[in-house]
Design a binder for this molecule. Structure first.
Ligand code: ADP
Length: 628
């Protein structure tokens, strides 16, 4: 077979373009990426050999600086690739989320945001920052005498051909550009390996020239990395810089906000090094795309780099490594899914993370806020999904409130501590944004009483609130729903007032009820209004109006539940309308007013009215009459 030429897929070309036009200002990292790929390949081969009783090898990575050819080679004896694997792994970008992200990057002219690109593992392509041409010679472990050679100058296409290679693994040869020859210098290579790849657990070997004791030069192999798995070291001996580098190795971008390094003993024994990132990755809410899950090792042997079972979904932003001493070495990926020991590890990790977050919330409020703004939305999912830890998660949750300034968050503990003694419930209201909520008529009475109200503006809040029933013995009460609970004195006053109004305005209420029958299920006097004329509320167990809008935005059908129209008995509009009704109960204007009351109520809670044109015409008519 002779060499075939293939065109890169468009998205790969985009990526290469971005790479070559130096998205990364730090070109050194190409070596880090190629070494990481080599180590991954050995991880996989080692895992396979564990299961197949294949011969164990002297696993290692080798770097060769070939000054004659201006090339640097990264050689591993790992898993290698078949021809098909080369085509899919190297020639395409499989993940659709990555494609979408690339497009967005391009539109944003992302040359200024180098940290973004590392997020989707473009590792291999980074070699084109320094290369004129890259060649991969590779042979898949377990496949007899069949190797592949791939080559490209990183422009439009690559060639692929059958080849000869004696042993399993890959040789990646990077032919350096003229101004990149620096990377052939021993000290450069040494420096980069030390900085980025020191903890790689396989020896990274290189031939170096040394002087023997008689001052004669000799060539000898040297191992450039200390290979000390960082998570096995004593936390007090690890420098922050080393944690940062290791975090970057795991996550490809950014820095950790918090490093949590500990050993568990007792029912399950393991060492863990967990990181809470400083920034959320772009795919946090794209579950299918995101690389999530911790890396799992068993007694230093790599098992999986996507062990999702180790953490619940609401901790999916946590990165790190768990090294277990009590799992069996030959544990297969399937068994991992339902292993009791894994569940025990998960419990322990969750407990640790929750307590570390609590500590951070108490002792480093600024850092905690940074964390919460990035990941609070994800963490809150746990309130709904993790019943055992609900209380702790509720303590970690933070909210804006009616009284707090925009953007400031408080805890439920702080809310409760500020409740006036007669206030019974924790009030909350859900809505699209702070401005809509601030102007909501539902808050009037509570505001006048000096009560605070939690503002819930994340779409997920509607869902989370279904599980939040109580905190420190106080019930949660939705301000826009049901029969609002007030203290006894206020309740009595309001009820008396409303009973009186019901008698006085009996005929008007009946008229409105009939007129608005198709919009609302009831018209009644309100306990929550002090200024506005009207508002809409739901029955206690109805989904909120905000929830309905969310469903609609997601194109999901949801049965529209009719709401209740509440009127403010003290508002002059009510007695004026009553007058009108008494004069002429069939007045066309009265019908207009009824419809306008309803439309107003819809608008004040951020909804859209059914017929804005009609509404505008009615307002204009009214204005004309008022001016006359
Ligand atoms: P990533 O390593 O983040 O997946 P890369 O672009 O660096 O992204 O590599 C793409 C894929 O190519 C890898 O996932 C792996 O399957 C394969 N690959 C790269 N280098 C090697 C290697 N040295 N040995 C075997 N497979 C490799």
């Amino acid at each position: 077979m002779s060499a075939e030429t293939h065109k890169f897929k468009t998205e790969v070309q985009h990526l290469l373009d971005l790479m070559i036009h130096s998205l990364y200002s730090n070109k050194d990292i190409f070596l880090r990426e190629l070494i990481a790929n080599a180590a991954d390949a050995i991880d996989k081969a080692r895992f396979e050999s564990l299961q197949n009783d294949a011969v164990s090898r002297d696993w290692n990575i080798r770097i060769e600086a070939d000054k004659e050819k201006n090339a640097i080679r990264i050689i591993d004896n790992g898993i290698g690739m078949t021809m098909d694997e080369v085509v899919t792994n190297i020639g395409t970008i499989a993940k659709s989320g990555t494609k979408a992200f690339l497009k967005a990057l391009e539109e944003k002219k992302a040359a200024n945001t180098p940290e973004l690109i590392g997020q989707f593992g473009v590792g291999f392509y980074s070699s084109f920052m320094v290369a004129e041409k890259v060649e991969i010679l590779t042979r898949r472990a377990g496949v007899e005498d069949h190797a592949v050679v791939w080559a490209s100058d990183g422009k439009a296409d690559y060639t692929i051909d059958a080849a000869e290679k004696e042993d399993q693994g890959s040789i990646v040869t990077v032919y350096l550009k003229d101004d990149m020859k620096d990377y052939l210098e021993e000290w450069r290579i040494r420096q980069i390996v030390k900085k980025y790849s020191d903890f790689i657990e396989y020896p990274i070997k290189m031939q170096v020239v040394r002087k023997d004791k008689d001052d004669k030069e000799e060539v000898a192999d040297e191992i450039l990395n200390t290979q000390k798995a960082i998570w096995l070291r004593n936390p007090s001996d690890v420098k922050q810089e080393e944690y940062d580098n290791f975090y970057e190795h795991l996550s490809h971008f950014g820095k950790p906000l918090k490093s949590i390094h500990y050993s568990a003993e007792g029912t399950s024994e393991f060492k863990a090094l967990l990181f809470i990132p400083e920034k959320a990755p772009f795919d946090l809410f794209m579950p299918a795309e995101q690389r999530r899950g911790l890396h799992l090792y068993v007694r230093r042997v790599f098992i999986s780099d996507e062990c999702r079972k180790l953490l619940p979904d609401y901790f999916r932003f946590v990165k790190g490594v768990v090294d277990s001493s009590d799992l069996p070495l030959n544990v297969s990926r399937e068994i991992l899914q339902e292993n009791l020991k894994i569940d025990k590890i998960q419990k322990n990790l969750v407990k640790k993370l929750l307590s570390e977050l609590k500590k951070m919330q108490d002792n480093e409020p600024e850092a905690y806020l940074t964390f919460y703004k990035e990941f609070g939305k994800v963490l809150k999912e746990g309130i709904h999904s993790d019943f055992t830890n609900k209380d702790k998660l509720q303590e970690l949750a933070m909210f804006e409130t009616m009284k707090s300034e925009a953007g400031k968050l408080i805890t439920l503990k702080e809310y409760v501590a500020c409740m006036p003694s007669e206030q019974k419930d924790i009030y909350f209201i859900t809505g699209e944004n702070r401005t809509v909520l601030e102007n909501s008529p539902h808050l009037e009475l509570l505001r006048s009483k000096g009560y605070d109200v939690l503002f819930l503006v994340d779409p997920i809040d509607e869902w989370v609130m279904q599980s939040m029933t109580e905190f420190e013995g106080k019930k949660f009460a939705a301000v826009g729903k049901g029969d609002i609970e007030l203290d006894d004195e206020t309740r009595k006053k309001v009820e008396e007032k409303n009973q009186k109004a019901e008698k006085e305005h009996k005929s008007l209420l009946e008229f409105l009820q009939k007129q608005l029958e198709s919009h609302v299920k009831e018209v009644r006097f309100s306990k929550r209004l002090t200024e506005s004329a009207c508002c809409l509320v739901g029955d206690t167990y109805d989904p909120g109006a905000h929830m309905e809008r969310i469903f609609k935005a997601m194109n999901q059908d949801m049965p529209q539940s009719k709401r209740i129209l509440e009127l403010n008995a003290d508002h002059p509009l009510i007695s004026a309308m009553q007058n009108m009704y008494d004069k002429d109960s069939k007045s066309a204007q009265l019908v207009d007013y009824a419809e306008m009351i309803y439309d107003q109520a819809v608008m004040t809670e951020g909804g859209t009215i059914a017929d804005p044109l009609k509404f505008a015409r009615r307002v204009a008519d009214l204005m004309v009459q008022a001016i006359k």
